[in-house]
Design a protein around this ligand. Structure first.
Ligand SMILES: [Fe+2]
Length: 91
C-alpha cells in the first residue's frame, strides 16, 4: 500500500508525463504544419515515449494498491514563429 504522500507524488509525476507528451505532440503538429516531416516524426516519437513513462507510473500505482487520480493536463504554449510555410497562410 502506498502512503498518501507517495501516491500524490506519483500522480503528480503521472500528470507531468502526460504534459510532456502533450508538449512534444504540439511541437510535432507545428513542424508538420511547416512541412518539416522529419522533425515532426521525431517529436511524435518523443511524445509516445512520454506516454510510455506515464503508463509505467499508472501501472505502478495500481500494482501497489494505490489510486490513480487523473488531473487536467495543462495545455502547451502557443508556438509563435515568424516563418510561415510556403504556399500556406496563417489563420
Ligand atoms: Fe518522461
Amino acid at each position: 500500500m502506498l502512503s498518501k504522500k507517495m501516491q500524490d507524488a506519483l500522480n503528480k509525476q503521472l500528470n507531468a508525463e502526460f504534459y510532456s507528451a502533450y508538449l512534444y505532440l504540439s511541437m510535432s503538429a507545428y513542424f508538420q504544419s511547416v512541412n518539416l516531416g522529419g522533425f515532426a516524426n521525431w517529436m511524435r516519437v518523443q511524445a509516445q515515449e512520454e506516454l510510455t513513462h506515464a503508463m509505467k507510473f499508472y501501472d505502478y500505482v495500481n500494482e501497489r494498491g494505490g489510486r490513480v487520480v487523473l488531473q487536467p493536463v495543462e495545455g502547451p504554449p502557443r508556438w509563435r514563429c515568424s516563418r510561415t510555410p510556403t504556399g500556406t497562410s496563417r489563420r
